[in-house]
Design a protein around this ligand. Structure first.
Ligand SMILES: OC[C@H]1O[C@H](O[C@H]2O[C@H](CO)[C@@H](O)[C@H](O)[C@H]2O)[C@H](O)[C@@H](O)[C@@H]1O
Length: 589
């Protein structure tokens, strides 16, 4: 055996340890984001972990140009271990930085009226109606416009310039988010705020025109990934309410660009099924392999236990890809439920992503049809049939009556065709296993709906205050016992769309529980929450890497959409039954 020259042996060992090696594209970030990340790290060293939110620092904007700011920052006196004493950093922040959120200004939505004509006609109960009007009025709290300063000096801001006003989710989420916007729009439609809804879509379409995809959110640090693709669903719902064909025609080319984004490069996976047929499906795959700038200090700490650079790079891509899924973070993406470094989002073909893309294909076909573009309509109808077949072959599990995420070989590049194996379906129960019910070809099949409804009832996910995200309590926020508004909504709406009486009654039961818990928590805390604890009526959720947030765009949207669908009878009580212990008090102890 030939002896290796000294040093090369070490390199070879490192490479060996590098498996799985990181692969895939990287979209470079801006010099401003790199500086803000440094500021974030310095702030953590100066102020300590208590109450520290890393996102705060990457959301600040500069008062002066980057080079002057850098110079002043580099001149800050440092202690022997390199940190900056808190008073010095305080001084720097007040002299050189604008507070996070200062570059978004409040704007009254053009179409907001306190009591919209035809608002929730079937909500007869006085108390519920008063609350629904309060929730409706929250659009005024969440409405923002990008300040002219951002338009004039984009290089000083991590916030991206957007033309139309936006609805933010709330609290630390002070910019527009992709998938959140779908449920915000559902609420706006119930609130009859059609122009505001269209403005949100126009902003997202402008991202596709500029970046080729809709960003996770409207920040320079979010350009390297998208989020669950629901733009087509927003456009269809707006068109169905307004009949605005011009709006549809303006959006259609961007939808086709977005479809290509999700079905090419690393997002696309080819699978050979047991019958020898090849299918293609999609996965989440961020174009990034460094710490997420908005959570850089946290990601670096998570990666500390990994020994080499390649493993860290790989983990960073998995973290960013989980953020692309909207489920950041969850046991859904972890090989070992108690160890976040075992994240392997890119090694999974997710049920919900493929359901969303199937919907995108059906929506594009429908929108092309109404725009009299027959060839596009046919092309996408054909694509939707192929995806439906692929989902049946790869993701459907007849015994469980659910669609299951599918594990692929960790080292598969998009060029390699994977061979389907029954054992590679992930048999763990997640709310996402039921999301295909939301999509027409599945919810219009009576036998299938019956089977999936029964499976949902047996699943363990249906709790006193809504549908749990998973069955495993890990402290991650997209796990048990958290329930999230979008998941409740898609499953409930899927059951309703089936037209089956039994399915509608199950849907109504889930929706009522969800409305009750949102109401009870609102009465206790005076606010709507980002997520709820489905174990206890009136309790909000927790876990994850940031403190629970309030506001909150998609929760408001789903409450309004549910009240629009089911109404609320005059004599039906709402909220927590008073003999139950008060979960909010329990949480405060
Ligand atoms: O700052 C950490 C992460 O925060 C976001 O994720 C969560 O909030 C979003 C806004 O409501 C929501 O869309 C997402 O589903 C939540 O998990 C952000 O989207 C992540 O990229 C970010 O790393």
């Amino acid at each position: 055996m030939a002896l290796q020259p000294p040093g090369e042996e070490v390199v070879a060992q490192e490479k060996q340890a590098c498996l799985p090696a990181d692969t895939g594209p990287v979209i470079p970030t801006t010099p401003l984001v790199i500086f803000l990340e440094k500021l974030q790290e310095t702030a953590l060293n100066s102020y300590g972990h208590k109450g520290f939110d890393p996102k705060l620092y990457v959301d600040m904007s500069l008062k002066f140009n980057l080079s002057d700011t850098y110079q002043a920052f580099n001149k800050l006196p440092r202690t022997d271990n390199g940190s900056v004493l808190a008073p010095h950093l305080d001084g720097f922040l007040s002299k050189y930085m604008n507070a996070a959120g200062d570059d978004l200004v409040y704007v009254e939505p053009v179409d907001f009226v306190a009591q919209p004509a035809g608002f929730l006609p079937n909500v007869e109960n006085v108390e519920v109606r008063a609350w629904a009007l309060e929730v409706h009025s929250l659009w005024k709290n969440l409405s923002r416009k990008v300040s002219d300063r951002v338009l004039d000096h984009p290089d000083l801001h991590s916030l991206l310039p957007l033309e139309s006003p936006v609805m933010i989710p709330g609290s630390r989420f002070r910019e527009v988010y992709y998938w959140d916007s779908y449920w915000v729009i559902r609420g706006l439609l119930a609130s009859k705020m059609y122009d505001t809804a269209k403005g949100i879509v126009t902003n997202l379409v402008s991202m596709i025109e500029k970046f080729g995809h809709v960003l996770n959110g409207a920040r320079a640090y979010y350009t390297n990934r998208s989020q669950p693709p629901l733009l087509s669903a927003m456009i269809v719902d707006i068109y169905n309410r307004t009949g605005d064909l011009d709006f549809v025609r303006k959006c259609l080319p961007s939808l086709i660009t977005e479809h290509n984004f999700w079905n090419s490069g690393m997002h696309r996976m080819d699978i050979l099924d047991s019958q020898g047929a090849t299918h293609y499906l999609s996965r989440y795959y961020a174009m990034w392999n460094e710490p997420r700038p908005e959570s850089s200090t946290i990601d670096k700490e998570t990666a500390e236990k990994l020994s080499n650079f390649c493993e860290k790079q790989h983990l960073y891509r998995e973290l960013a890809s989980a953020a692309e899924s909207g489920w950041d973070f969850s046991t859904r993406w972890m090989r070992n439920a108690s160890d976040l470094t075992t994240l392997c989002t890119t090694s999974i073909i997710p049920v919900d992503l493929n359901a969303f893309i199937l919907k995108m294909e059906l929506d594009i076909s429908y929108l092309a049809n109404v725009s009299l573009d027959k060839s596009t309509a046919e092309r996408f109808a054909k694509a939707s049939k192929a995806r439906q077949t692929a989902m049946n072959a790869v993701l459907w599990n007849e015994e469980m009556g659910q669609w299951l995420d599918y594990w692929i070989d960790a080292n598969s590049s998009s060029q390699v065709t994977c061979k389907w194996k029954a054992l590679d379906q992930n048999q763990s129960v997640f709310a996402s296993n039921f999301i295909p019910l939301w999509i027409q070809p599945f919810n219009s099949d009576n036998d299938l709906v019956e089977k999936v409804s029964k499976s949902l009832q047996r699943s363990g996910l249906l709790r006193d205050a809504g549908i749990a995200t998973s069955l495993t309590n890990t402290g991650q926020q997209w796990d048990f016992p958290n329930g999230w508004a979008p998941l409740q909504h898609m499953i409930v709406e899927g059951l309703v769309k089936s037209g089956s009486k039994e399915a509608r009654s199950l849907a109504e039961d889930i929706a009522k529980k969800w409305i009750n818990t949102n109401y009870a928590a609102y009465k206790e805390t005076g606010t709507m929450h980002e997520k709820y604890d489905v174990e206890k009526c009136g309790a909000f959720g927790g876990g994850g890497e940031y403190v629970p947030q309030t506001g909150f765009g998609w929760s408001n949207g789903v409450v309004l959409a549910f009240l629009e669908e089911f109404g609320w009878p005059k004599d039906l009580k709402i909220g927590r039954i008073t003999s139950e212990p008060n979960p909010f008090q329990a949480r405060l102890k």
